[in-house]
Design a protein around this ligand. Structure first.
Ligand SMILES: NC(=O)c1ccc[n+]([C@@H]2O[C@H](COP(=O)([O-])OP(=O)(O)OC[C@H]3O[C@@H](n4cnc5c(N)ncnc54)[C@H](OP(=O)(O)O)[C@@H]3O)[C@@H](O)[C@H]2O)c1
Length: 334
């Protein structure tokens, strides 16, 4: 099968940063489905894993952790899927990724793709939907959110774009998003933000200008270390902060006075440790698909880079590394 691998740590625009190779088609384990990958999206995790490859060229690793495709075969213990099913998933960080024509993935972290979306539109969503869902409902436990305020920092990127939609579709939270450019400010409003503030200035000052003195929840998606003091200032006593990025060390003592709680969300925890509730990712993907098909959630695809190859994938990595992604970038096997 055709696949694209990273063999060593090189800048995205280096011709050897990602290379086209031929690999054997993988064989599904007992609980795996074998998927013919149709479309993938690229996330910051792809660029971080590429950057973390050894300096010297090695065997190589298939990256890519967002896909939509068709089930072609199933392992002997699989009960949730059958050949021919159209599926979407974000895969498992410890296994070969989706930048290949075929991939095996545990059925407990796979969902049926929304019927109303094409493969490219669908591939934009799984990783960010799982992350956003786990942030809101498993970590912050926002519930119905009635009478509560949520601040989403760095909201125009992949995770923020679906998190805003989920917060509006599934809760009564008042949602304030941060963005720094006219196009990202307009986008976060389109995705559901009630209010927008600029993360180039202290967040609590932006909130005060809106007449908002405090918020109940903060989801911090980008540059958390830079915004940490303003987040602590903005949170209500006993409020909750959840984060997903890779900040410089944070001083958690600053959370003590207000009894603020800190929640990490890492969407690979469940698959990496095969947790007892791993199947919750299957369930939430099914739920998100139903809401997409009901017209309550939409794809966050904003940039289609055409046919998947090492060259187009390098372009996608370069775009993500600008730190200015709006929505999601996708590619398709053709
Ligand atoms: N733990 C997990 O499970 C998990 C899952 C997914 C992602 N992540 C991590 O979470 C982070 C966000 O992921 P993503 O996919 O949403 O990224 P992304 O799409 O690359 O995010 C791009 C957005 O970041 C915003 N941004 C740039 N500078 C900022 C700043 N100083 N403060 C706040 N926002 C800023 C930009 O908004 P403007 O252009 O308006 O400035 C842009 O829209 C990444 O580090 C990623 O690796 C973790």
């Amino acid at each position: 099968m055709k696949a694209i691998v990273a063999r060593q740590s090189l800048p995205a625009d280096h011709p050897d940063a990602l290379v086209d190779v031929e690999l054997p088609v993988p064989v599904p384990g007992p609980r795996d489905v074998l998927v013919e990958v149709k479309a993938v999206s690229v996330n910051p995790v792809d660029t971080k894993v590429r950057a973390g490859m050894p300096a010297e060229p090695g065997e190589g690793r298939v990256l890519g952790w967002d896909a939509a495709g068709v089930v072609k075969a199933v392992g002997r213990e699989v009960t949730l899927f059958k050949p021919g099913d159209e599926v979407w998933y974000a895969g498992d960080l410890t296994r070969p990724g989706s930048n290949a024509e075929w991939q095996v993935v545990d059925e407990r972290i796979v969902g049926h793709k929304p019927a109303t979306l094409g493969f490219a539109e669908a591939a934009a969503l799984p990783l960010t939907s799982i992350t956003a869902w786990e942030l809101l409902f498993d970590r912050l436990e926002v519930g119905s959110g009635v009478g509560k305020r949520l601040l989403v920092v760095g909201a125009a990127g992949g995770v923020g774009s679906i998190l805003l939609q989920l917060a509006r579709a599934m809760t009564s939270l008042t949602v304030i998003a941060t963005a720094s450019r006219p196009e990202t400010m307009a986008w976060v409003r389109e995705m559901g933000a009630h209010e927008v503030i600029d993360h180039r200035e202290p967040l609590n000052e932006g909130l005060q200008r809106l007449g908002i003195t405090e918020v109940d929840y903060v989801v911090s998606l980008n540059q958390t270390d830079r915004h940490f003091d303003a987040i602590v200032a903005a949170l209500k006593p006993q409020g909750k902060l959840a984060l997903i990025d890779d900040p410089k060390p944070l001083d958690v003592l600053k959370l003590k006075r207000k009894s603020l709680s800190l929640h990490w969300a890492f969407m690979y925890t469940r698959s990496m440790f095969a947790t007892d509730d791993m199947i919750r990712q299957h369930e939430l993907l099914e739920h998100v698909a139903e809401r997409v098909d009901a017209g309550q959630l939409r794809t966050t695809l904003t940039r289609h880079l055409g046919a998947l190859s090492a060259a187009t994938l390098r372009d996608a990595h370069g775009y993500i590394e600008t730190g200015k992604a709006l929505g999601k970038v996708v590619l398709e096997w053709r």
